[in-house]
Write a protein that binds this ligand. Structure first.
Ligand SMILES: [Zn+2]
Length: 324
């Protein structure tokens, strides 16, 4: 390995390599495929994702029937939750971006299949349409939310299908409710309250994953609260996943350098930042493709976020590694 490769791996870990493109000769750096763990495909043009550096996505709220029709091939690799599960009148019912097709209402904690508005019925439907996760809304700022018993029934039904549960938590006590019910993943770093140390400890020790979405907040207090919570979670060893909530707001379709910069500020830097970006959870890694970042490699951790904003997806075979 030559000096460049050593310096680069010092910064970003063993998954990075100086390389050049076989066809154009352009030099740069190769990385594993990058994943955005929180998007809404019905609100963006997904064909732009690969040229923006994103090879895989997790859709956290869309029409389950549409997803079932599309099948599992193509680029980007798509994993999905299917519909938002919520209570009558609960978030995101009635939002302009959330047509009825992407929301399922639960008013009965029944574990029996086929019960109208039953917990198991809604979970079974998402599973039958090929969902990789189950998404629940716990947003007291926008209406009523699941009581503990019904939320537990949803989690139990998801466990029956071997599916993890992802929660949108917003409002006082909602992270606590998600933790108590055994929710596996938070769709956003909690942004409406500074969490107590006991909640952070429980989230870390239970193996909960948090999807970052630090850069979506217009409100400065929400942004600062999310940053502080993620900093505490990450420094305690919590598992962080890069996610942008792409489709929410008018933003570039691809890697969002502002999200990476915010993660960096929260202490998720270097190799940890790449882990958050490249973790293929909840599906297998996109096959046959790699990430290429053209141009000279970053010289310091401070340059990494902006540098990754130049990433594109390329066929793996197109990259010739320089260090041999
Ligand atoms: Zn979202």
């Amino acid at each position: 390995m030559h000096a460049d490769a050593f310096a680069l791996r010092d910064l970003l870990g063993p998954a990075v390599d100086p390389c050049h493109r076989a066809i154009t000769g352009e030099s740069g750096v190769s990385l594993p495929p990058l994943i955005d763990h929180h998007v809404h495909l019905h609100l963006i043009d997904e064909r732009n994702l690969p040229e923006g550096g994103i090879a895989g996505v997790l859709d956290l709220g869309g029409d389950p029937i549409g997803f079932a029709r599309r099948g599992r091939v193509g680029m980007p690799r798509v994993a999905y939750a299917g519909a938002f599960l919520t209570v009558p009148g609960g978030y995101p019912s009635g939002r302009s971006w959330a047509p009825d097709a992407i929301v399922r209402v639960i008013s009965d904690p029944s574990a029996h299949p086929g019960v109208p508005r039953g917990a198991a019925t809604a979970v079974d439907e998402q599973a039958s349409f090929g969902a990789s996760v189950i998404k629940v809304a716990l947003n007291t700022a926008a209406g009523p939310v699941f009581d503990a018993a019904t939320l537990t029934a949803v989690v139990t039904a998801a466990r029956g299908h071997g599916l993890p549960v992802v929660a949108h938590v917003e409002g006082h006590g909602m992270t606590r409710r998600a933790l108590d019910a055994g929710v596996d993943v938070l769709a956003h770093t909690p942004f409406t309250e500074l969490l107590e140390a006991s909640s952070i400890t429980q989230a870390v020790s239970s193996g909960q994953r948090w999807i970052s979405t630090l850069a979506i907040h217009d409100d400065a207090t929400a942004a600062a609260t999310a940053l502080a919570n993620l900093e505490a979670f990450a420094s305690a060893g919590g598992r962080v996943l890069y996610g942008t909530d792409l489709g929410n707001g008018d933003r570039r379709v691809g890697v969002i350098a502002e999200e990476l910069a915010a993660l960096d500020r929260a202490g998720v830097r270097g190799e940890s930042l790449l882990d958050a970006l490249c973790d293929p959870w909840p599906a297998s890694a996109p096959a046959g493709v790699a990430t290429f970042v053209p141009g000279p490699p970053p010289q310091s951790l401070d340059e990494v976020a902006e540098w990754l904003g130049g990433a594109i997806v390329v066929p793996s075979e197109e990259l010739i590694h320089d260090d041999h």
